[in-house]
Design a protein around this ligand. Structure first.
Ligand SMILES: [Zn+2]
Length: 58
């Protein structure tokens, strides 16, 4: 399993470690307001998609 969709604490941002207003929904607001975290999140999602594509193709 190459896919890792979990992080230790969903009440903090996995990219900058900031506390979130609320787990889940707070994270969406957080990355919307933080360009750095948003672009890291984009890359993280692309990495996941890349891993999946590799596994499906393999
Ligand atoms: Zn963050």
């Amino acid at each position: 399993m190459a896919v890792n969709t979990t992080w230790a604490d969903s009440s903090t941002c996995p990219f900058c470690g900031d506390e979130l207003a609320s787990p889940g929904a707070g994270f969406v607001d957080h990355i919307r307001e933080n360009d750095d975290c948003e672009s890291e999140h984009e890359q993280w999602r692309e990495n996941l998609a890349g891993d999946l594509a590799g596994e499906w193709a393999g």
